[in-house]
Design a binder for this molecule. Structure first.
Ligand SMILES: Nc1ncnc2c1ncn2[C@@H]1O[C@H](COP(=O)(O)OP(=O)(O)OP(=O)(O)O)[C@@H](O)[C@H]1O
Length: 611
């Protein structure tokens, strides 16, 4: 097979204005069409102003020559035209800006939804951990996108209003002397290129600013958030955090501020230079008026048009807003392109095998953006309908193995087979529903206890006796008895409920996983399920858990060997691969790493017990 080389040339990204208008049309077609219509109408107004004022001055000549009422029709028509132009010049921008607000808000809502969908849709966690996605998500959460897009759409309108009007004014000047009109246009274009380049530089200098600001706000939030409050007090961290916040904030904005002052200087200088050129147009105009080559009416029309061209000079922060809004839209499109699942329905995948062993076949894994191999050459069979305990020192890759099993990441090398079928071929959503899990960082939902458990299988009918059974199996029944409103108690002091101890919360997490098992999950993954429990609770709980998951494949990670020893199979991970496997007795008899770890822990318990 010959290797094919890609000759595709990367497409030039669309200019920000085009991106913004396309996305605005996609989101609010009628609003954007009205906006473009208003811009088109406004564009002809300066030309109308020039023509109407010229006509009015011309009609005054006629009045002098022919008197009233012969010249009355011309005067009244010109005056009415002028009045209409003034009125429209007043009203149209107001309408356009109001519609721009509406379109900007609609675009913001749509984009926030699109970002969240694009990040929530994939079964894996890679996207969420990608720095670019994190920045977008932070922007959505912090409402930064809202400001971006509204300002950008309003910016398009502001710039559109003045530039369109200036273009039409230049066209009117063509009727005077073509070289005057083209000369002015050329000068404006040069000034615009210089100023746009500066804004572009300002935009580039803002790169990384949101990340810097997010770090600063994170440090500030730690001073006031409840979870950090204890450590902030006991270690006296408040001043350090506030100092860090100020430092990060200033660092994040330093480059932007420096660039901004440069932009203002160059904008003022180029504006003055071009305005001087604009004033020069009045020299031939005045000469032609004096020589009689131009009538006062035509002189007025061209003079007004020359002033109208000044719109090209407007270089406001709107240019920056458009740039930032365009960047945001580009990032959102890129994010969606990277997640085709959000754009097209997923291809049909194979059904989940209801039972069967799970095989890690030569699996190697590196986290995205990391060069370190966490797992390498890992061969492991997790028997169906049996319990497998995974042990190893901190950082050995035990949790990573479970994350791969859940399909949060794809193996970098090798494959994971479920009953002989590659995990990649299974429907990821279905597979994840098939796995019930208690992770080390299980979520403490600030919701009633009942919801905290039922969220293990949302939509599954909640029969009271099933819930009670799950509560007994997870040791939650003792906790419920102490709660003021039993199952209905809200587990959050923030929402007028109660808070639980660490061990009690862990039982809630266990109950949630068991509820998923009750609803049909075939694999139960427990990552340190008893880390917060007292020794008494731990010993009995593991037996209860196994009894509550009959016929299920249980994978247990634990540093507590009194729990581990009960598993059907124990696997020792080290150096990214399996170094020992067997049941407790076999591994103890082998006298290897497991036996050493078990003996150290048992010794400690014995010593503490004797003491
Ligand atoms: N999201 C991540 N991105 C990059 N590296 C990670 C990520 N999560 C974990 N790691 C790295 O992978 C290695 C294995 O971590 P893992 O959590 O799997 O170990 P573990 O055996 O479960 O440890 P412990 O017993 O402390 O829970 C560690 O070196 C860790 O730094």
């Amino acid at each position: 097979m010959t290797a094919t080389t890609s000759t595709a040339v990367p497409r030039k990204p669309a200019p920000p204005v085009v991106l913004l208008i396309t996305e605005a049309l996609r989101t609010d077609r009628s609003g954007t069409a009205a906006l473009l219509g208003a811009l088109a109408c406004f564009a002809v107004l300066p030309a109308g102003l020039a023509i109407a004022s010229g006509a009015l001055i011309g009609s005054l000549d006629r009045l002098r020559a022919q008197g009233w009422p012969a010249a009355s029709r011309d005067i009244l028509l010109a005056a009415a035209g002028l009045g209409l132009v003034f009125l429209l010049q007043l009203v149209l921008p107001m309408i356009a800006r109001a519609v721009a607000e509406r379109v900007g808000r609609a675009l913001d809502r749509a984009v926030s939804g699109r970002v969240v969908t694009a990040l929530a849709a994939p079964a894996g966690l890679e996207r969420l951990e990608d720095p670019a996605s994190r920045e977008l998500l932070a922007a959505v959460r912090g409402g930064v996108i809202a400001t971006n897009l509204r300002d950008a759409v309003t910016g398009v309108v502001n710039i559109g209003l003045v530039r369109a009007a200036a273009t039409l004014s230049a066209l009117v000047l063509l009727g005077y002397r073509w070289w005057v009109a083209l000369g002015l246009l050329a000068a404006y274009c040069c000034a615009m290129v210089v100023v746009s380049k500066l804004y572009q530089r300002q935009l580039v200098s803002a790169d990384g600013t949101p990340a810097g600001l997010a770090r600063a706000l994170y440090l500030k939030s730690l001073v006031t958030t409840a979870p950090a409050a204890k450590e902030v007090r006991v270690f006296g961290l408040a001043d350090w955090l506030l100092g860090g916040y100020r430092g990060e904030w200033v660092r994040a904005l330093r480059r932007v501020r420096t660039e901004r002052s440069g932009v203002v200087r160059v904008t003022v200088v180029s504006t003055l230079a071009v305005a001087a050129g604009q004033a020069l147009v009045f020299v031939p105009l005045a000469a032609d008026l004096a020589s009689g080559a131009l009538s006062p009416g035509r002189f007025t029309a061209f003079a007004v048009a020359a002033v109208g061209c000044g719109g090209f000079l407007v270089a406001t922060p709107d240019l920056l807003h458009i740039g930032v809004g365009g960047e945001t839209m580009r990032a959102v499109r890129e994010l969606e392109r990277a997640n085709p699942a959000t754009l097209a329905p997923a291809p049909r995948r194979r059904e989940i095998p209801r039972c069967g062993s799970i095989v890690f076949d030569g699996v190697g894994f590196r986290y995205p953006h990391s060069a370190e191999w966490v797992l390498r050459g890992l061969d492991l069979t997790i028997e169906a309908a049996a319990s497998t305990a995974i042990v190893g020192v901190n950082g050995a890759g035990k949790t990573t193995l479970v994350k791969l099993l859940c399909g949060f990441y794809q193996p970098t090398e090798g494959r994971i087979l479920v009953d002989g079928v590659d995990l990649r071929e299974l429907d990821p959503d279905q597979w994840q529903r098939h796995c019930a899990a208690l992770f080390q960082d299980w979520i403490r939902w600030g919701l009633p206890l009942r919801d905290n458990v039922l969220l293990g299988a949302p939509g599954h009918p909640a029969e009271p006796h099933d819930l009670d059974r799950v509560a007994r199996s997870s040791g939650l029944d003792e906790v419920i008895g102490e709660l003021p409103a039993g199952w209905a108690t809200v587990l959050s002091r923030e929402f007028d409920g109660v808070d639980l101890s660490g061990g009690q919360w862990q039982r809630v997490g266990l109950a949630r996983a068991l509820w998923a098992v009750h609803a049909g999950a075939g694999v139960l993954l427990l990552d340190e399920p008893t880390s917060a429990l007292d020794v008494r609770g731990e010993a009995e709980l593991y037996d209860l858990l196994l009894a509550a998951a009959p016929g299920r494949t249980v994978v247990l990670i634990s540093h507590r060997f009194s729990t581990v020893r009960r598993a059907d199979q124990i696997v020792v991970l080290a150096g990214g691969r399996v170094v020992e496997r067997g049941d407790h007795h076999a591994l103890m008899a082998a006298g290897g790493e497991y036996a050493a770890m078990f003996t150290v822990q048992a010794q400690r318990f014995r010593t503490e017990g004797d003491a």
